[in-house]
Design a binder for this molecule. Structure first.
Ligand code: FCB
Length: 451
């Protein structure tokens, strides 16, 4: 077996998000977020949990940073809770909230860990949702005000920034499927929300350049190949539509400055209302980024038909084995995706900002978590990244989702993705076998096979 060694400047890390780990929902002057509101509506979260306490990272961050150091984590991606910084509509930033993140950044740097900060990982302030959330054009201005406060508080020490995490999920789960906060169910609203998010992104990039400019800033998209389930023409057409819906609807405006024409036509034919566009918006949206963040988990095999207006397709896992979430394990999808992004979108610098898997982890009598399935998943996907680098993709880093078992949105705590096991009764942390395995990968800058 061969070795899979990465270029010297490759970044290895792990990722988290504020609402999923922090807890302290009402501490430190934090205001209510749309996820605080949503999780408290009975029936919305599959196991009836909330992020009120989560991993209590807000109080235990020093211990978590220490653990990260022990695990050899060199890069840590986390997000900032917007309502911790702007708890209400007054326009006054909450110093205590900023201090928490500033202390966290200092602790990371003292331990030799490079921070990468996501500005929006879905926890919009509820006061802004009351003004229409992402449906309100002005949300982008509020976002910029928030970003300015964070840039000036942390910009001297944080040199990697992500404006938005997965605007597709936020728009289409939040405003169309309604199974994520804020729980709206209207396709045209999802299109509008996605549009304003992209405007907010462009404005934040410009603001960053104006204020600092000595670090890098980009956006993270959830991308996955949408292959046809069979090679019949109807499935192929459906797969192209699925790709337009989920991938190109974001990639094209960001990198080409326009929406994909086939999708514009399709949505119009379906009688949907297209986003309210003003002149110069697209210029803003296509503002060049320093990198593209890619969150990759699986492939969707697309089959034409079904009654799901307006898309009319269904998806399956194909013949692949699946994670506990039901997501098919298809590592070649990651290589193919990265190569496609490279060829179609002019060789961008890319970080895989999330990749990982949920499995049923148990603590054995010796107090260990032997999560070999996760190791297998991660190893396959790291090899897939290596293959992309070999093919010339400008891939510069890989972040495991996630550092520690966390609150996984509408499935609650059921799905465990962490390199660290969380005992929810005691708050205790146990580094899983995958955590120790990953330490070796990071140390060796890739996979070294003994034989
Ligand atoms: C992604 C989210 C992340 C996490 C993983 C499993 O869509 O960005 O917060 O929940 O899925």
């Amino acid at each position: 077996m061969r070795d899979y060694i990465f270029p010297g400047d490759f970044r290895w890390g792990a990722a988290t998000a504020s609402y999923q780990i922090e807890g302290a929902a009402r501490k430190g002057g934090k205001g209510e977020s749309i996820w605080d509101r949503f999780t408290h509506i009975p029936g919305r979260i599959q196991d009836d949990t909330t992020g009120d306490v989560a991993c209590d990272h807000y109080h235990r961050y020093r211990e978590d940073v220490r653990l990260m150091r022990e695990m050899g984590i060199q890069n840590y991606r986390f997000s900032i809770s917007w309502p911790r910084i702007f708890p209400d509509a007054s326009g006054r930033a909450n110093e205590e909230g900023l201090r928490f993140y500033s202390d966290l950044v200092d602790a990371l740097l003292e331990n030799g860990i490079r921070p990468m900060v996501t500005l929006y990982h879905w926890d919009m302030p509820q006061w802004l949702q009351n003004l229409g959330g992402w449906l309100n054009r002005k949300s982008a201005d509020y976002f910029v005000q928030y970003c300015e406060a964070v840039f000036s508080g942390l910009g001297d020490r944080v040199l990697s920034w992500i404006t938005l995490n997965e605007p597709w999920v936020c728009a289409f789960n939040g405003y169309y499927a309604g199974d994520f906060a804020p729980g709206i169910r209207d396709f045209s609203s999802a299109l509008q929300a996605a549009y304003n998010m992209l405007r907010a992104h462009g404005m934040a990039v410009r603001t960053y350049r104006k204020l600092h400019g000595n670090g890098e800033i980009g956006i993270t998209l959830n991308l996955c190949p949408r292959e046809p389930a069979t090679d019949n023409a109807a499935d192929q057409e459906a797969a192209l539509r699925n790709d337009g819906y989920a991938n190109r609807w974001f990639l094209d405006p960001l990198f080409k400055g326009c929406y994909p024409e086939d999708m514009m036509r399709y949505y119009q034919d379906m009688g949907l209302t297209l986003p309210d566009m003003e002149p110069m918006d697209m210029e803003l949206i296509r503002e060049p980024v320093d990198f593209l963040g890619v969150n990759y988990y699986y492939i969707e095999f697309t089959r034409a038909g079904g009654d799901n207006w307006p898309l009319y397709f269904t998806t399956t896992a194909g013949d692949y084995s699946v994670t506990e979430y039901g997501w098919p394990i298809v590592e070649r999808g990651l290589t193919e995706l990265l190569v496609r992004l490279d060829r179609e979108y002019k060789h961008p610098k890319i970080y895989v900002t999330e990749n990982g898997a949920s499995f049923l982890d148990v603590v054995n009598v010796k107090g260990e978590v032997l999560d070999d399935c996760r190791i297998d998943y991660l190893e396959r996907h790291i090899m897939a990244c290596w293959d992309a680098v070999r093919q010339g993709v400008n891939l510069k880093g890989y972040y495991v989702w996630t550092l520690i078992d966390d609150f996984e949105w509408n499935t609650g705590f059921r799905n465990k993705f962490g390199l660290i096991y969380l005992d929810r009764r005691t708050g205790g942390r146990i580094v899983k076998k995958s955590g120790y395995w990953y330490r070796k990968i990071m140390e060796q800058n890739g996979i070294v096979n003994q034989d």
